[in-house]
Design a protein around this ligand. Structure first.
Ligand code: F6P
Length: 519
């Protein structure tokens, strides 16, 4: 048993779960007419209704005890102080600096001069692209921007560019290419003209195989069309912490926008990884995004744990994952603009807390992050909500509901949350809805940069709090390395080669068949 599962707060929650397991949400609402008000919280632009959760005041008090026992506040201070809380990589975790407005931050390890300089560079570059002052090799302004990156160097800007399409007033179309399958790039290039296409190669490490593969294909396409290697300098920029590798690729230092080891890839959209967004909406609106995130940082730092939105979301997630055995958690944005949000949150939550060994190297004996999944509502209602309503899995949901969406999207979200919670009796079993299925509803007025900044920072801090309680290092991702190593070995194997020693028979056989079919 680990310290966590033996701890008083954990044991108290286990005992309490036994009392709560049979309690119906309908009864809790019937018992307390004030429940909806009591179990709601507004922070900035975000209204969180968490009344449709299988909790009482006693549950929340016990969950807060768990947070206190884990010293969430002390760890929060440590993160904001720039301490090396990413212990396996001996790094600070300072994505919050990217949206800080302090002149000096954090004390004793001021990174703000770097942040300010990087933002000035982003502003100058995005202004030049948007105004048409930045010219291609043959003297024409850029019409198409293609961001080449993957994971944290793709999901954030891709999601924001889509979410903020109404604010996007740049003359350029902004495209994203991530997949190792060259078809992704081919599709983007089929709609682009070499003379007017700008590529941003976004890769913190500048070693990611998928990104470098696509960047090299893009480079070859450009050189072939424009007939000169010199064109690369005019048509490529990089976002990277590895300027040496970017230079070797052919990108001049003045076209390299920095990242640092104290910003994890999945937390990097606030910096130069957000450059495509800054180009699409302009740097002033990008600053509004940062201001929104900053507002959530301030709430996270100042609000008591009982009224702290990221802390509450984190604790509710832990309540179901660890005490009800919920293995999944659905994210359901009811706005077309938020189509890419579930994928973004999948990386944020699962790459951060999808771990079975704690920060001290001990195997855990409790569940960590559930499978995060989801899709756009109301489309999802006609695809998988059947399972949410009548299936055998307990799948808590986040309904994200912007009031500004017209049509019936928002009303549909509220109806789904109500139906999941209330259920419906019926004589025929297949027409019965048991209800008691929990959800959070996050409502906000509009999808604008400031609100989105708050929303994303909310989830970042939720992930942080869960990581602290589960005693995980949320800021490394060693679990992605093994597959990369094997892929490199497979890629190096020529057609007709011998079986790879040490590789299992199944993979060797499949590789042989693959090579055969290709030849
Ligand atoms: O393989 C996982 C990962 O390292 C992510 O953490 C990261 O966001 C992504 O790859 C891309 O990495 P890079 O920005 O270095 O290309």
């Amino acid at each position: 048993m680990t310290k966590l599962t033996l701890s008083p707060a954990w044991k108290a929650l286990q005992a309490h779960q036994a009392e709560m397991a049979g309690v119906q949400l309908r009864e809790l609402f019937a018992r307390d007419p004030e429940r909806a008000r009591k179990f709601s919280l507004q922070a900035g632009a975000l209204l969180l209704d968490y009344s449709k959760h299988r909790v009482t005041g006693a549950t929340l008090a016990l969950l807060i005890d768990l947070a206190r026992q884990a010293e969430v506040e002390r760890w929060r201070t440590r993160m904001f102080a720039g301490e090396h809380i990413n212990n396996s990589e001996d790094r600070a975790v300072l994505h919050v600096a990217l949206r800080s407005c302090f002149d000096t931050f954090p004390a004793g390890n001021d990174v703000m001069p770097l942040v300010r300089k990087a933002k000035e560079g982003m502003r100058a570059f995005s202004d030049a692209v948007r105004s048409g002052a930045l010219l291609g090799h043959s003297g024409k302004p850029m019409r198409t921007l293609i961001n080449i990156g993957i994971g944290g160097s793709d999901l954030g800007p891709r999601m924001l560019a889509r979410a903020l399409w109404r604010q996007a007033d740049a003359p350029q179309s902004v495209q994203f290419v991530a997949n190792a399958d060259p078809d992704d790039l081919a599709r983007a290039l089929s709609q682009a003209q070499p003379e007017t296409t700008l590529f941003i190669v976004a890769s913190k490490t500048f070693t990611t195989v998928e990104t470098l593969g696509n960047a090299n294909l893009a480079k070859a396409w450009l050189i072939k069309a424009l007939g000169s290697e010199a064109a690369v300098n005019a048509h490529f920029a990089a976002v990277t912490a590895n300027t040496r590798a970017a230079a070797a690729f052919g990108i001049a230092p003045e076209r390299c926008f920095p990242l640092w080891d104290w910003v994890g890839g999945r937390f990097s959209v606030w910096g130069a990884v957000g450059l495509p967004v800054a180009i699409a909406i302009g740097m002033d609106r990008f600053e509004e995004l940062l201001a929104g995130a900053r507002a959530m940082d301030e709430h996270f730092l100042a609000a008591p744990l009982e009224a702290n939105m990221p802390v509450l979301l984190a604790l509710l997630g832990i309540w179901y994952a660890d005490f009800f055995g919920a293995e999944t958690h659905a994210v359901l944005p009811y706005a077309e603009a938020l189509r890419e949000l579930p994928a973004y949150l999948q990386q944020l939550e699962m790459e951060s807390n999808g771990k079975g060994v704690d920060r001290d190297g001990q195997a855990v004996d409790y569940a960590t992050v559930p499978v995060i999944w989801g899709a756009l509502g109301s489309n999802s209602q006609h695809a998988f909500h059947q399972l949410l309503h009548q299936g055998t899995h307990l799948a808590p949901c986040d309904f994200l509901v912007p009031a500004a969406t017209t049509g019936a999207a928002a009303e549909n979200a509220l109806a789904q949350a109500a139906a999941l919670m209330t259920g419906k009796d019926a004589a025929l079993p297949h027409r019965r809805f048991d209800g008691n299925r929990p959800s959070s509803t996050l409502m906000f007025k509009a999808i604008d940069p400031h609100t989105l900044g708050q929303l994303l920072a909310l989830y970042e801090h939720k992930v942080f709090v869960q990581g602290i309680i589960w005693n995980l290092n949320s800021f490394d991702q060693w679990g992605v390395e093994l597959g990369k190593d094997i892929a490199r070995t497979l890629a190096a194997q020529p057609a007709g080669g011998e079986a790879i020693p040490g590789l299992d028979a199944s993979t060797n056989a499949l590789l042989a068949r693959l090579r055969d079919w290709r030849s």
